[in-house]
Design a protein around this ligand. Sequence first.
Ligand SMILES: Nc1ncnc2c1ncn2[C@@H]1O[C@H](COP(=O)(O)OP(=O)(O)OP(=O)(O)O)[C@@H](O)[C@H]1O
Length: 660
Amino acid sequence: MDAGRRGPLRRRGMASATSGAGRCRLSKVGAGRRPPPARVRVAVRLRPFVDGTDGAGGPPCVRGLDSCSLEIANWRNHQETLKYQFDAFYGEKSSQQDIYAGSVQPILRHLLEGQNASVLAYGPTGAGKTHTMLGSPEQPGVIPRALMDLLQLTREEGGEGRPWALSVTMSYLEIYQEKVLDLLDPASGDLVIREDCRGNILIPGLTQKPITSFAEFEQHFLPASRNRTVGATRLNQRSSRSHAVLLVKVEQRERLAPFRQREGKLYLIDLAGSEDNRRTGNKGLRLKESGAINSSLFVLGKVVDALNQGLPRVPYRDSKLTRLLQDSLGGSAHSILIANIAPERRFYLDTVSALNFAARSKEVINRPFTNESLQLRVLAPVKLSQKELLGPSEAKRARGPEEEETGSPEPPAAPASASQELSPLQKLSSMDPAVLERLLSLDRLLGSQGSQGTHGLNTPRRERMVLMKTMEEKDLEIERLKIKQKELEAKVLAQEAVDPKEKENSSPTMLRPLARRTVTVAKPLKKAVVMPLQLIQEQAASPNAEIHILKKKGRKRKLESLDASEPEEKAEDCWELQISPELLAHGRQKILDLLNEGSARDLRSLQRIGQKKAQLIVGWRELHGPFSQVEDLERVEGISGKQMESFLKANILGLAASQR
Ligand SMILES: Nc1ncnc2c1ncn2[C@@H]1O[C@H](COP(=O)(O)OP(=O)(O)OP(=O)(O)O)[C@@H](O)[C@H]1O
């Protein structure tokens, strides 16, 4: 009976190239040439007997068949065995080097391509996850080996004279009882997991230490490892009571124009083990810890199932672990799951369940992409000329018929826009990344076809300007529109959040934007946001300034008109980047206090909370105790994740606006 199913490849992808506010203004150059999807690779490692009995308690319940498959007794039918096939199977005699070289080392190179990678050790308690990931001084595991190689690789690739300068940073955290704790700064308390508008998972406030050598890595890592929560259970004397996540970031900066940047993230994760508390004998705190571990692993299973079945909602947000792994499972990473199993018969049920989980995981498809961008400075505010402000079609009309006929491809001599004053090289670097990418691919294509003298980047200045102008008219403006659309939209929402009633009663000058907001036609909307960046910045500085933008109503349609492929959720997530972290933390705390202490009437003073929701919140609080964070609101029956997000956004922006 073959239990290791090779299911049909299912397309999963969550991270798309988007642009938005702040650093999200940078677009992903690599998005147009995304690598093919990568299936989550799954390896199984069987540990040897470790109780000193060396199998005296009975033969092992698992047996390796070859380097990829194994069999285990079928508890339903003793005449039968269950057979599983994986990308790799490592038997009890396999060494740490076998696992590292066979399953982990091959994915490290993706980090230097600006892609993400992750290694997860999964399995029941006491099955050898920490041994696999961390090991011992005599038998170093995946983490020290990967760091050693990665640092060596970055030294070689980033050395003097090489096209890219490389730097490496590390962060180390644990998820303990649904709290995200910084192991490099244990005093910092529970941290929040966020997603930026490009689909990257971020933890604001998490310590990042630059590392240039393995000694430097150990200097931070070893003391931090001692901060990890471990405790004795009946099954493991030093059982990990938390999920430990080591995050290593490799940043690359191109030394010459166009000064691209790349960032690759490596997650090395030692998951806490699933526990059967009838066998662990856990009580009190251990039982509580075990509940948190089991429920987050349960959500992990649900996420994997949802990805496998192609369900529209993947419950990443149901636990901190899955939220963090969002870009590792069904996301943007090259992932390897190492399922650790134990040979002892008493582990039999845990082993079957770990193998089933592993078999399901190998059907998850990730969509790795190159996380590449141009440096922020090359996208510094550009003063747009009148023609650029009008857009191509309007500009054409404004030029008049004669000019249209004789239309010189050269840019107008005066007034010179900021971009026109740049040298050809600067012009190239300040160009929209998407345009630049297209030029580069055109250049490559022409090069590969053996075309002479017409390479996009080698053409004389005049011809290059024609090419750039045409492309800019099409692409650059659309990109700018998208960016400014989002910036303005966020500002309008901030104003809306101040007090909607105030707006209704406001003076005629304040009514104008509202009246315009009722229009939901896509074209005027685009026109309304074509403004010089400087003007937008002036508006941001003046909270009462009139903002010409159309209402959020019909938002879906509006977003579709801008970029049909852009997930709505990501555009929404950018709002946090516009507020200082202190203000954000202060706002969250204020809301949390009100949620925990306010009466139903007090709660109604919050945005988006009516009578019914206020009562639901009070009822939930009485039943479950205080909320530990604002996101817990989505646990309240009748409040969806989306509603919680929009509640958070409206209230924090409201607070921020009132502070201003
Ligand atoms: N391949 C192996 N070779 C030798 N000893 C091993 C191996 N795997 C695990 N062990 C030993 O087994 C014991 C349990 O392993 P470990 O602590 O790594 O389990 P774990 O899965 O991390 O457990 P938990 O989830 O409870 O933290 C340790 O003493 C460890 O040294």
